[in-house]
Design a protein around this ligand. Structure first.
Ligand SMILES: [Zn+2]
Length: 107
C-alpha cells in the first residue's frame, strides 16, 4: 500500500516510518489540534497527533510518530500547527495527480 503522507525537506527514513504509521479513517475530524509547544513536550505528554489531507477526494489521515520526529528533527523543535504542517505533503494525492492541498493537524 502506498504511503499517504510523506515528509518533505527531510530524510527519506522519516517517510518510511510515517508510512508505517498510516491509519485510514473514514472521515478525519476537522478540529485543529493544539499540540504542546515542542516535540519533547508532546512526546512526554504522550499526545497523539494526526496529520490529515484536506483534499475532498482524499481526506486521509496518519498518526504522527512523535518519537521518530523528535529523533530526526530535535526535541526542542516547535510542534505547533504552523511548525509542522509545512513538513508534510499527501503522497496519495500526489500519486493521483491531484492539486497539492494543505494538510492539517488533528487529535
Ligand atoms: Zn490526499
Amino acid at each position: 500500500m502506498a504511503g499517504i503522507l510523506q515528509i518533505v525537506r527531510k530524510p527519506a527514513s522519516i517517510v518510511t516510518e510515517i508510512r508505517n504509521m498510516i491509519l485510514r479513517l473514514p472521515r478525519p475530524p476537522r478540529e485543529i489540534a493544539v499540540p504542546l509547544e515542542t516535540l519533547a513536550h508532546t512526546l512526554a505528554a504522550r499526545e497523539s497527533v494526526y496529520v490529515g489531507c484536506s483534499h475532498s477526494m482524499c481526506c486521509r489521515s496518519a498518526k504522527l510518530d512523535i518519537q521518530a520526529l523528535t529523533g530526526r528533527l530535535e526535541p526542542g523543535h516547535r510542534s505547533m500547527h504552523q511548525d509542522l504542517v509545512g513538513l508534510f505533503v499527501c503522497s496519495h494525492c500526489k500519486a493521483a495527480g491531484r492539486d497539492r492541498r494543505p494538510v492539517f493537524l488533528h487529535s
